[in-house]
Design a binder for this molecule. Structure first.
Ligand code: DMJ
Length: 648
């Protein structure tokens, strides 16, 4: 456009009249407004939009409730054990996981989903690289706002302590007045000290101890994080009164737990062991350092949720925030027991940071699961984080599904019984489990079978034995007419799991036992015969003892202590064994960190009075880390879930 100077009109330096300038400015400002407005219509991934729009917006939820679930059945799919099963099988964590090669570019989530809908999903042993590179950057924007919130925590530890109904360690640290019980508890404490001392001598700073070769094991489950056994042991050492050992552990966490790692971690494992361990250590001791560490770590986990549904993927690079699905999980799916086992810890992260983002993330998962159509009311183990639809119909209370159910009832209990949604979901799930999975063997043993698209697999995993305790702690809040029934069911399952121990030569239970082909609570396959120091059976003894005070649970616990001493104790620690039916055992050379955090803690609690970590005040996460019940006088519920006002 050419601006000409008109005769007789005063002109500015640019040679324009005032009215012309006004029109030009009007035009310009219109143009700017138009451009700015256009930003709001650009796709999500456009960087500018992120700059102008709210940084804490939660992800949209896509719930495919009317999806024909049969489309998602994958013919002949070989169900993989849950990561915990894989990683722990014979203690060969690193070897097994190394075989999960990654295909960085070929399998994206969209392709995976297409395949699933076509019913042809291939379960290859690769981690499918998901389209998260840019999303993780998105999340980092969110993260920096968290950081501000995190450094400005207003959590008042003293106030929290006043909300507890009882002292955490009881009147006398739960010391029984019964000499035999006290003697047994001392024995368990000695086992913990022995396991710890050997870890300290031979594997300090590594993730686990290899007690036969007397060295440390790092593995690749924790994304470069170290000291899993230390973080997992903090609370056990503390409650056992092993104070020098606890102080060593604390000092290591303070000076050497480096959270700036850059490896690929299991979101689930880091959450239950590290986040859970640090949270418990903080709540029990009030050491601010634990709080700082756990908030720093929690923030690093957030990018995993940056998927179209907000359902996190299983693997996250703690440095870059990039996330993947496990290669062995069908068609880029996420695993029920992994994304469903974050709730307790994440609600506490919000509590400590005064930042609702963590609660929002897990409430989003909850909403999706609540809304989605469920086959026979059951929750299959694989869900697409892209479409929010089930990927295949394998249902299990053992590996792949287990702790999702556990966290429903525990979320309710941890919310001081205010989280009605969790409660309703739990009891509906239990009803479906009873209707479809609970079975009685010809020999009269009650067990929980697995369900594969309507066909029952009459197998129960060691992992599923936690359910005795779970059904037990949920009994009291069920419908009045069902309470006794739930308690009976809990007792029957615990009895079956005990049978799986007492029917073996070592008096330790196999990884999985069956109820078919004449088998009753025994492993029929060679590959199911191992025991890797798992806690689930003892966990159920502990809960059932607290709920019933039937002395048989303490007796059963003691049988386990004797068997552990006889078959798993070696010169430099405790080791898993390869065959519970063999008279002469072969050791797997691995002292799992959950042996220190769970197995020995539950045994110690079993031989303690009930006022040591009373169940009115504490809920144990799935790695046995105690988290306090959140008590508020004035709870308010927001769209994102309960808003905790810190008024107790
Ligand atoms: C632990 O890491 C946790 O208990 C988890 O939920 C399942 N099992 C292992 C130990 O068996």
């Amino acid at each position: 456009m050419v601006f000409r100077k008109l005769p007789g009109v005063s002109a500015s330096g640019m040679g324009l009249r005032l009215s012309q300038k006004f029109v030009f400015l009007l035009f310009l400002s219109g143009l700017v407004t138009l451009c700015f407005g256009a930003l709001f219509f650009l796709p999500d991934s456009v960087r500018l939009k992120r700059i102008f729009l709210s940084k804490t917006e939660s992800q949209p939820v896509t719930v495919g409730s009317d999806n024909d679930l049969r489309d998602h059945l994958k013919k002949g799919a070989k169900d993989m054990e849950h990561l915990r099963g894989i990683t722990s099988a014979k203690g060969e964590t690193s070897t097994k996981l190394k075989s999960l090669s990654r295909k960085p570019s070929i399998t994206n989530e969209a392709k995976a989903d297409e395949k699933v809908v076509g019913g042809e999903a291939l379960e290859d042993l690769t981690m499918s690289r998901s389209k998260t590179e840019s999303s993780s950057k998105d999340e980092k924007v969110t993260s920096s706002s968290n950081q501000r919130a995190n450094t400005d925590t207003s959590f008042d530890y003293n106030k929290f302590k006043k909300c507890l109904l009882k002292p955490p360690l009881g009147i006398e640290h739960g010391k029984s007045s019964h000499p035999q019980t006290l003697h047994r508890r001392d024995k368990v404490k000695e086992m913990m000290k022995f396991a710890w001392d050997n870890y300290k001598s031979f594997a300090w700073g590594k993730n686990e101890l290899r007690p036969l070769t007397k060295n440390g094991h790092i593995g690749n489950m924790f994304g470069g994080l170290r000291g899993a056994s230390i973080v997992d042991s903090l609370d056990t050492l503390y409650i056992m009164g092993l104070i020098d050992e606890y102080n060593d552990a604390k000092e290591w966490v303070e000076t050497s737990l480096d959270l700036n790692s850059n490896g690929e971690a299991s979101l689930f494992e880091v959450n239950i062991r590290y986040v859970g361990g640090l949270l418990s250590a903080y709540y029990l001791t009030g050491e601010e350092m634990f709080k700082r560490k756990v908030l720093e770590l929690g923030e690093k986990l957030l990018p995993a949720f940056n998927t179209p549904t907000g359902i996190p993927r299983g693997v996250i690079n703690l440095g870059s925030g990039t996330s993947w699905s496990w290669g062995w999980a069908s068609a880029g799916s996420s695993i029920l027991a992994e994304f469903g086992t974050l709730h307790l810890e994440f609600v506490h992260l919000s509590e400590l940071s005064n930042n609702p983002i963590y609660t929002e993330k897990v409430m989003n998962i909850r909403r999706l699961l609540n809304k989605i159509e469920k086959p026979h009311g059951l929750y299959p183990n694989f869900l697409s984080p892209v479409s929010g639809n089930w990927v295949q119909h394998h249902v299990s209370i053992g590996g792949l599904g287990d702790s999702f159910y556990e966290y429903l009832i525990k979320s309710y209990l941890m919310s001081d019984k205010t989280d009605e949604e969790a409660k309703n979901m739990y009891y509906s799930a239990l009803e479906a489990i009873e209707a479809n999975l609970v079975q009685k063997s010809p020999g009269g043993l009650t067990y929980m079978a697995e369900w594969r698209g309507g066909i029952l697999d009459h197998k129960m995993g060691h992992l599923a034995c936690f359910s005795g305790g779970m059904v037990g702690i949920g009994a009291d809040d069920g419908a009045p007419e069902k309470r006794q029934h739930f308690l009976d069911l809990a007792a029957e399952i615990t009895h079956t799991c005990h049978e799986s121990y007492s029917r073996s030569a070592t008096k330790l239970g196999p990884e999985a036992f069956r109820f078919d082909g004449g088998a009753e609570a025994t492993a029929t396959r060679l590959s199911d015969r191992y025991y890797i120091l798992r806690p689930e059976v003892i966990e159920s003894y502990m809960y059932m003892w607290r709920l019933t005070h039937d002395p048989k649970y303490r007796e059963w616990g003691w049988e386990a202590v004797e068997a552990l001493e006889q078959h798993c104790r070696v010169e430099a620690g405790f080791s898993g064994i390869r065959d519970v039916y063999a008279q002469t055992v072969s050791h797997d050379n691995m002292q799992q960190s959950f042996f220190l955090s769970e197995t020995l803690k539950y045994l110690y609690l079993l031989f303690s009075d009930d006022d040591l970590l009373p169940l009115e005040d504490w809920v144990f996460n799935t790695e046995a880390h105690p988290l306090p019940v959140i008590r508020k006088k004035n709870n308010t519920t927001t769209l994102a879930g309960p808003l905790f006002l810190g008024l107790c």
